[in-house]
Design a protein around this ligand. Structure first.
Ligand code: GLN
Length: 487
């Protein structure tokens, strides 16, 4: 075997499993061994249960031996961002508030993955409650970038991206509220997809900003992401925002000839603050599409500059409401020395939440309070509509948009001490969440320092199949995804 087992794709491993050349127990043991060898340095995992993973793998092998169970993920270890419930496993949101919490039930995506045969493997680190862009806001540990251990993996799903880049899982799940799947995917050199709002159920996902949150796949290739998306997507009556739409076979769609596409280049995404090496890599990718016969057109998304401001009003408003449930009464951290109910609330929340989470709750409470509601929250909602309209206007002329995913490659741990500097990591990803659109990041090169660079493709609502096909065409002609960090 040329490529080590832990760096094989889901497609390759599924073939080995289907033809009996590999068992799920062997595969899972290899992933466990790899994790034990590298995770002291990468620190992608908050926790994992070796015996439980091997027992799930043995059950998969038994299903196979009995002629049952040939789901698309049969026997494949999947890592979970530590905000997605798996019954009986820890669910911490990388917060002291939930340090000892165990999920009482499965998220809908978890049930779906189990039905597809997956081995639910390990809890992946994140910025506390998914608030951040570097995974340094975790209350437990910072995750490091496998390509350069002095740098961040991005965030908030930094553990999910780093684990894949380091060979500690075959595919992983993340959540994306303002870029938390795509930005770490770009910084770690893997594929990450944020689905259209409503395509994937949020039931069993710890809520951050409910009108923006979506669960999505991380994978080594676009095809692997397509397979995982197929397992995740679908209507769920337990999530009232989940939408009933016809689901295509995302993987089969990749092979169908669909090019040339009409691709838009939003001029507002190539201005000040964009690292020249990132710009050059993205320009090259654009040139590739032009070379394959796609029509490349400059478009304008005129309200782009308001995206970050609008996001930090809406996301904080929603989080201040969602996080009110952590009051020390029914679950989560409870202060030891509190003497009455109000004291329990104050002290438990003061002790349980980290600085960034508190900052957001305070901001969100402020923009929702009477007197400020109209000036901030209501106005932000109006501008959100304008931002969505910008995208829909562009889609009159083009099928999808090409942009950088992140303005820079991975930055040094500790480099962005100012919250505002951190918020600006999301300038190219946030508009997509505000507009509810699907988008993915696919590797498109390396900086001179050897750090991965990501190309973002933004699609039309519920046109994930087309988005994946556009990314797949690029990936097939490049070998960025076959490169791995030396750990
Ligand atoms: N970095 C953004 C934030 O801090 C986005 C996070 C996310 O998508 N969960 O809010």
């Amino acid at each position: 075997m040329s490529v080590e087992l832990h760096y094989q794709t889901l497609v390759e491993l599924a073939t080995l499993l289907d033809t009996g050349r590999l068992s799920s127990v062997e595969l899972t043991a290899a992933i466990i061994a790899r994790t034990k060898a590298v995770d002291a340095r990468v620190r992608a995992f908050n926790s994992f249960d070796e015996a439980d993973a091997l027992a799930q793998a043995a059950a998969s092998d038994a299903r196979r031996a009995a002629g049952q169970g040939r789901g698309p993920l049969e026997g494949i270890p999947v890592g979970f961002k530590d905000v997605i419930s798996v019954a009986g496993q820890p669910l911490t949101a990388s917060s002291k508030m939930l340090a000892n919490f165990v999920s009482p039930y499965d998220a809908t995506v978890t049930t779906r993955l189990k039905n597809a045969g997956a081995v639910c493997w390990g809890r992946l680190n994140l910025d506390e409650f998914a608030m951040g862009s570097s995974t340094e806001n975790s209350a437990f540990q910072p995750t490091r970038n496998p390509w350069d251990l002095t740098r961040v993996p991005g965030g908030s799903s930094g553990g999910s991206a780093a684990a894949l880049a380091a060979g500690e899982a075959v595919v992983t799940l993340g959540s994306d509220t303002g870029g938390s799947i795509r930005q770490p995917a770009a910084l770690c050199g893997v594929v990450g997809l944020k689905p259209t709002y409503g395509l994937v159920s949020r039931y069993g996902l710890i809520a951050f900003a409910s009108s923006l949150d979506q669960i999505g796949p991380f994978a080594r290739t676009v095809e692997d992401a397509a397979i995982l998306l197929g397992a995740l997507a679908g209507h769920d009556e337990r999530d009232s925002t989940s939408v009933k739409v016809e689901l295509p076979d995302y993987r089969a769609g990749l092979g169908r000839r669909q090019a040339p596409w009409r691709l838009g280049i939003p001029k507002e995404y190539f201005g000040a603050g964009l690292d020249p090496e990132v710009a050059a890599a993205v320009e090259k990718a654009i040139a590739y599409y032009r070379g394959m016969g796609c029509e490349i057109k400059e478009v304008s998304l005129p309200h782009t500059e308001y995206g970050v401001g609008v996001y930090y009003i809406i996301a904080t408003a929603e989080c201040s409401s969602n996080l009110a449930r952590y009051d020390g009464i029914r679950y989560g951290h409870r202060a030891q020395d509190a003497h009455d109910a109000v004291d329990i609330y104050f002290k438990s929340r003061a002790e349980g939440f980290g600085a960034e989470v508190k900052r957001r709750i305070i901001l969100g409470t402020y923009v929702l309070s009477s007197g400020y509601y109209d000036a901030y929250y209501l106005r932000a909602q109006k501008v959100r509509t304008l931002i969505r309209q910008d995208f829909l206007n562009a889609y009159q002329e083009v099928d999808a948009l090409l942009t950088p995913t992140s303005p820079t490659p991975a930055f040094k741990a500790g480099e962005k001490a100012d919250p505002l500097a951190m918020y600006l990591c999301d300038v190219y990803t946030i508009g997509v969440n505000l507009a509810g659109l699907p988008a993915l990041s696919v590797p498109c090169g390396f900086s001179s320092g050897g750090l991965p660079i990501g190309l973002q493709l933004i699609g039309q609502p519920f046109r994930e199949a087309q988005l994946l096909a556009i990314a797949h065409a690029y990936e097939q002609a490049h070998d960025w995804h076959q490169k791995h960090p030396s750990l």
